[in-house]
Write a protein that binds this ligand. Sequence first.
Ligand SMILES: Nc1nc2c(ncn2[C@@H]2O[C@H](COP(=O)(O)OP(=O)(O)OP(=O)(O)O)[C@@H](O)[C@H]2O)c(=O)[nH]1
Ligand SMILES: [Mg+2]
Length: 476
Amino acid sequence: MQTSFFQHPNIQSTKQKLKLTTARLVNHHVNLAVTGLSGSGKTAFITSLVNQLIEANEAAQLPFFSVVRESRLVGVKRDVQPNLTFSRFAYEDAMANLTQSSPEWPSSTKGISQVRLQIKYKKSRGLSKYLTEDATLTLDITDYPGEWLLDLPLLDMDYAQWSTHCQGELSDPIRHDLAKPFFDAVEHLDLNAVGDELALQKIAEVYSQYLVDCQSRGYQLLQPGRFILPGELTGAPVLHFFPITDKQLEQQGVDLSKPVQNSNAELLSKRFKHYKTQVVQPFYKEHFKRFDRQVVLVDCLSALNRGFHSYQDLQKALDWLMGSFKYGSSNVLQRLFKPKIDKLVFAASKADHITPDQQTNLVKLLESMLHSARKQIQFEGVVTESTAVSAIRASKSALGQLNGESIPLLQGRNEQGSAITLFPGEVPQSCPDPEFWKQQQFEFPKLSPPLLNSEHALPHIRMDQVLDFLLADKLT
Ligand SMILES: Nc1nc2c(ncn2[C@@H]2O[C@H](COP(=O)(O)OP(=O)(O)OP(=O)(O)O)[C@@H](O)[C@H]2O)c(=O)[nH]1
Ligand SMILES: [Mg+2]
């Protein structure tokens, strides 16, 4: 009997190959990283992102997320995370906090954690019409502290250069006062004496405390990053170093390029080097270079609340942090790690602390902070977006009357859980000049989390737009 054309063995095998190729084509993978300085809203953001995706076909409100709007999202489920050495992102704990009868914000986190989602969807066009299977996008989301990115510039410095840099920071009058115990402790250290591990450990602890004190006064440019968030390095000698002053070097006749062998000066210098090669570099090599897309959260409103010094410091910290996304050939990152992030979202967090009419100002304020660095990033081929979001919206907007005029208001619950209605004030479009801060202060409120209904979909502002920017091109 004659074999039909479609039953010909060669044709069968070609069809088989085509099927395998298309299957590979539709099973994509995105590595999304979320960062920001301490308290910027990373945990709330990832909790909401996971919640919005899981609830997308149920109660979540995602009108601007195209795959949902076009009814192509089949379902989302959590999967086993790929890297077993990371903590698991505590989604269930965060949701348990938020859904109890007196909801609480998710707990503060200290290091890196991860969650994997499988997103099943229907393809929109092209090859898809020949496929019977749905496509799947594997989404790995990593939460890591923005403070770790502040260490990148250290890779281009030696210990002497870093010490000089720190002296610049320490000359700020508030920092200088906070550093008094450190200055007292380091003053008596004989840099030429035989290396004394215990003495260095004690001074390093005083230096770490100085950084913690700076943080509680609203400073965010704190280095080295792991001194504030040591994670698994708590107590390790690699963190037992600190800067020394030019004055001290001069008085003790120390040349850091040729320190006395086995002296305190040599030990400090070696530890700084070790910190760079064994702590900073591995983060970029093992994690950062794998990220495809990145969200950077910035809590502009809290910085405004804390005053001029805090705002300026945040601005400086962001300049340093942005170094990790500049991929020009002169950048240490490009030379060493070749990262591949192609989309970057800068999001002013906690946008539910202001009335809707102030949202544009908040985005402008964020853009004014990022201005020069952002231009360069775009020039180097990374698509960027700035926006204002609330991952977990804790307020509703309302209208009130003042002197016969209608004014926008917020309704929510204060930190004690009592209902409040307030006008939180205007957001400036750029940093006000120092004179302004002498006369006036910002007082954006702190709110308790929202009381959720039984559906457990988290209310939000613009999470759907962020999802669309980050994922829509991978879900077509
Ligand atoms: N109103 C409101 N508050 C928020 C929102 N997101 C975060 N917050 C507040 O900001 C605090 C810090 O948020 P987290 O998500 O824990 O921030 P984080 O960056 O993970 O903080 P660390 O883990 O300590 O670095 C929360 O406890 C809330 O008080 C939001 O969307 N709306
Ligand atoms: Mg956190």
